[in-house]
Write a protein of this length. Structure first.
Length: 359
């Protein structure tokens, strides 16, 4: 940015040394900003002030940050940050706690954490509500941990909460099976005892989904997913559908659902305005729901975090679920990471890394 920041020295506890030691460091940090809405090249590096945590926040020295579709939408000018959030992109990070607000009880300086942030993840430091942070599973790298928050918060809430409540023994259909969300949902539902159906855009992606635990893979370029679902469930349909497509998928989703099925909408890549037959919902007593994550309160995000810690973190500790990392980029090359995500050939997550790489 063109703003000039006066750089003075401040004292900050260093995660590189024991918690009682301090070191001098600059008040500014490198970050990626959106110069103006547009293509990936509108992501530019800049020097900004290191944020100061409020009493309920921690300051994380960022090691890695996940790249997600909402980041692309924000870069294009279609997804404004909620009031009070950082205007910088980036919704999830992993790193080391560098400062702790006075009211924070559950984390201390030097802790390894991953966090769902409201913005500002593409930077060397980020301040975040402590309720939105989780400890890094002991066997996980920082890169793996950075790929957890956005997709795990989204998948858990939209499959196991929010009136969807998928149960063991029930079936789930995931669209976009090879995406970050898709690869998470497959492993999560499979580990928690559900039969998983997925759609993906190539035979290779379908195979990758099956390796992660999907029971039935459907190449949507070759097959009608609603027809395949009906065939594979003896005409009953699936109990839950997690959909990021919208558009022409919506009516077909309703047809592919079983009696008392739930459609959980998390994005509308093909369009938000749809034509549906309400009788399908009435006859089968379906629930159509959905949500967005970023504007939710820290309390609501904290509730999802505590559910994850209880139900999912033990599975991560045993590496029964591991995020799929497609590719890593240095965070100053965020434009290349966005280009890779938009190309759509990835399976799993794209992650940015900073220069700070502790052992």
């Amino acid at each position: 940015s063109s703003s000039v920041f006066h750089t003075r020295k401040i004292t900050i506890s260093s995660p590189l040394s024991p918690p009682h030691k301090t070191r001098k460091m600059s008040e500014t940090m490198k970050a990626i900003e959106i110069r103006q809405p547009g293509p990936p090249s509108s992501l530019q590096s800049t020097d900004v002030q290191i944020p100061h945590p409020n009493p309920n926040q921690i300051l994380i020295r960022v090691v890695a940050a996940g790249v997600n579709r909402p980041d692309i939408a924000q870069r294009q000018g279609n997804y404004a940050p909620p009031p009070g959030a950082s205007p910088l992109p980036g919704l999830e990070v992993s790193g080391i706690v560098s400062l702790v607000g006075e009211d924070v009880k559950d984390f201390k300086i030097g802790d390894k954490v991953c966090a769902l942030v409201n913005g500002g993840g593409y930077a060397e430091f980020v301040a975040v509500e402590s309720t939105q942070c989780l400890p890094i599973p002991s066997s996980f790298s920082f890169v793996e941990a950075a790929a957890l928050p956005e997709t795990f918060f989204t998948c858990y809430y939209n499959i196991y909460m929010n009136n969807v409540n998928l149960q063991p023994g029930q079936s789930l259909l995931v669209h976009g099976g090879a995406s970050g969300i898709g690869t998470t949902a497959i492993q999560l539902a499979s580990a928690l005892g559900s039969r998983v159906f997925v759609t993906a855009g190539s035979d290779e992606k379908v195979e990758a989904c099956k390796k992660l635990g999907a029971d039935v893979g459907i190449n949507y370029r070759k097959e009608d997913f609603a027809k395949v679902v009906k065939e594979k469930t003896d005409g009953k349909g699936v109990d839950v559908i997690l959909d990021m497509v919208g558009g022409s998928y919506t009516q077909k989703n309703l047809e592919a659902l079983a009696h008392k099925g739930r459609l959980s909408q998390i994005a509308t890549l093909e369009g938000a305005e749809v034509k549906i037959d309400l009788k399908t919902i009435m006859m089968k007593r379906l629930i159509v729901t959905g949500s967005t994550l970023r504007p939710r309160t820290p309390q609501e995000k904290g509730e999802i975090a505590s559910n994850l810690r209880k139900t999912v973190w033990p599975l991560l500790e045993e590496r029964k679920i591991v995020p799929v990392i497609h590719k890593q980029f240095h965070f100053l090359k965020a434009c290349d990471a966005h280009t890779a995500l938009e190309e759509g050939s990835h399976v799993g997550k794209i992650v940015l890394t900073t220069d700070f790489q502790p052992k």
